[in-house]
Write a protein that binds this ligand. Structure first.
Ligand code: KG4
Ligand code: ZN
Length: 355
C-alpha cells in the first residue's frame, strides 16, 4: 500500500460512513449505513433520530469496514474524523467514537472538514481500479449537497478561495423541498432525476436566479416559484391544493420535475464554467450529493469538454456522504501535520474557506 493507512469516520448528517484508505487516493474499504429509509418516514431528517441511528450503527459499520479491508489495528497509522459542518448530535457520535479509538490505539487524531472531504472525493480510486489522472491545479470546485452549495478555487492542495456560495437554500435542499411538493418523497434529488427522465415535453421554464455577475447562488425563489407552478397546475387540473392522496398525473409531474432540474443545472453549470474560464482553471472538480445528478454531470461534461478542461466527478456513491472522502482529505491533512487533541469539539457551522 502506498502512503499512510487511515481509518476515517463520517457521521455529520444521515449516513454513518467508515472507510480505510491507503495514501491519498486508494480506497481499501468503504462502508456506509444510510438512514434514508428512516428519514423518508418523516419526509426529512429529525436530528435526534439521526444521532441515535449513528449510535446504533457505528460499531457494526466499523466491524464491516475493517473486515472488508483485511487490516489489523496495527496496520493503521492515523484516524480521521469529520468535526464539522453538520448536525451537532450526529457529529458528536463520530467524533467521540474516533477519540476513543485514537486513545485506545494511540493513533494520531486528524480533524477533517466535511466540505473538504467532498472536494477530495475527486481524487479517490476504487480498490480494483487502475490509476486515473488526478485533478490539476489551479482548479475550480463546485460542491453541491443537501446542506451546502459553493464554488471555490484551489490553487494547491488544501488551499481554497471561496468564489461564491448560496445566500439561502442549498441546491440539495431545493431538490428535497420540491420533491416533497411534487409528492415524490424523500430524498427529492434522486426522485426528481428519475421523474425528469420520463418527461416528454421539455419546455416548462422555471426561473433562474443569476445573482448579477457574482458566483453566488440563490434557490429560495425557485422553490417559491415551484410551489406556485405546482399549485396552478393542480388548480388547472381540478385537483385539490394540498391533498397528498391526489397527485398530479405522472406525465405532468415528470415535466415539472424536468423544468425544476433544468433551472438548477443551468445555473450551477453556467457559473462553474464561467469561473473556470475566468480564472484560467486547468480542471474542474464536482462533489456533494447533487453531483450524483445525471443531468448536471452530462451538462458539465459537455461544456468542459468543449473547453478541453478535464472534469473530475466521483462516481455517485462517492458524491453522497461516505467515509472514503473523509479519508482522502485526512491523508492530506495528516501529511500536513494537522492533529486534533482529545478535547476536539463538533463545529456545526465550520466553513471551508472565507472570501
Ligand atoms: O452530500 P450529501 O449526501 O449530504 C450532505 O452533505 O448534505 O447530499 C445529500 C443531498 C440531498 O439533498 C439529495 O436530495 C441530493 O444530495 N441528491 C441528489 C441526487 N442524489 C442525491 N440531487 C439531485 N440528483 C441526484 N441524483
Ligand atoms: Zn455531505
Amino acid at each position: 500500500m502506498s502512503g499512510p493507512v487511515v481509518l476515517a469516520v463520517e457521521s455529520s448528517c444521515d449516513e454513518t460512513g467508515i472507510a480505510v484508505v491507503a495514501g491519498p487516493r486508494r480506497i481499501v474499504a468503504n462502508v456506509v449505513a444510510t438512514q434514508v429509509a428512516i428519514h423518508a418516514a418523516t419526509g426529512g431528517i429529525v436530528p435526534e433520530v439521526a444521532a441515535r441511528a449513528h449510535l446504533r450503527w457505528i460499531v457494526p459499520v466499523l466491524d464491516e469496514a475493517v473486515t472488508e479491508a483485511g487490516v489489523g489495528w496495527g496496520d493503521i497509522d492515523a484516524i480521521g474524523v469529520t468535526y464539522g459542518p453538520g448536525l451537532a448530535g450526529s457529529l458528536l457520535v463520530g467524533i467521540n467514537f474516533a477519540k476513543a479509538l485514537a486513545w485506545v490505539h494511540d493513533w494520531p487524531l486528524v480533524p477533517v472538514n466535511h466540505l473538504e472531504g467532498h472536494v477530495y472525493a475527486a481524487w479517490l480510486q476504487d480498490p480494483d481500479e487502475g490509476d486515473r489522472p488526478e485533478p490539476v491545479f489551479p482548479l475550480v470546485a463546485l460542491v453541491v449537497s443537501g446542506g451546502h452549495t459553493f464554488l471555490a478555487e484551489m490553487s494547491d492542495h488544501l488551499t481554497y478561495r471561496l468564489l461564491g456560495t448560496t445566500v439561502d437554500d442549498a441546491a440539495g435542499e431545493a431538490f428535497d423541498k420540491v420533491g416533497r411538493l411534487l409528492g415524490l418523497g424523500y430524498p427529492g434529488g434522486p426522485a426528481i432525476q428519475r421523474a425528469a427522465e420520463d418527461a416528454v415535453r421539455r419546455d416548462v421554464t422555471f426561473p433562474r436566479a443569476w445573482m448579477g455577475d457574482s458566483y453566488d447562488f440563490s434557490f429560495s425563489g425557485l422553490k417559491t416559484a415551484a410551489r406556485r407552478i405546482v399549485a396552478e397546475t393542480r388548480g388547472a387540473e381540478g385537483i385539490a391544493p394540498d391533498d397528498p392522496d391526489s397527485p398530479l398525473p405522472e406525465a405532468m409531474t415528470a415535466e415539472l420535475a424536468w423544468g425544476f432540474q433544468d433551472s438548477v443545472v443551468d445555473v450551477l453549470a453556467t457559473k462553474t464554467i464561467r469561473a473556470a474560464s475566468a480564472l484560467g482553471a486547468r480542471s474542474i472538480v464536482l462533489g456533494g450529493g447533487v453531483a450524483a445528478n445525471a443531468a448536471l454531470r452530462e451538462r458539465l461534461s459537455g461544456e468542459a469538454e468543449a473547453l478541453a478542461l478535464p472534469l473530475i466527478v466521483p462516481r455517485p456513491g462517492l458524491c453522497t456522504d461516505n467515509g472514503a472522502m473523509i479519508g482522502a482529505a485526512a491523508v492530506r491533512r495528516f501529511a500536513a501535520g494537522d492533529r486534533a487533541r482529545l478535547d476536539l469539539d463538533a463545529r456545526p457551522s465550520l466553513p471551508l474557506a472565507t472570501r
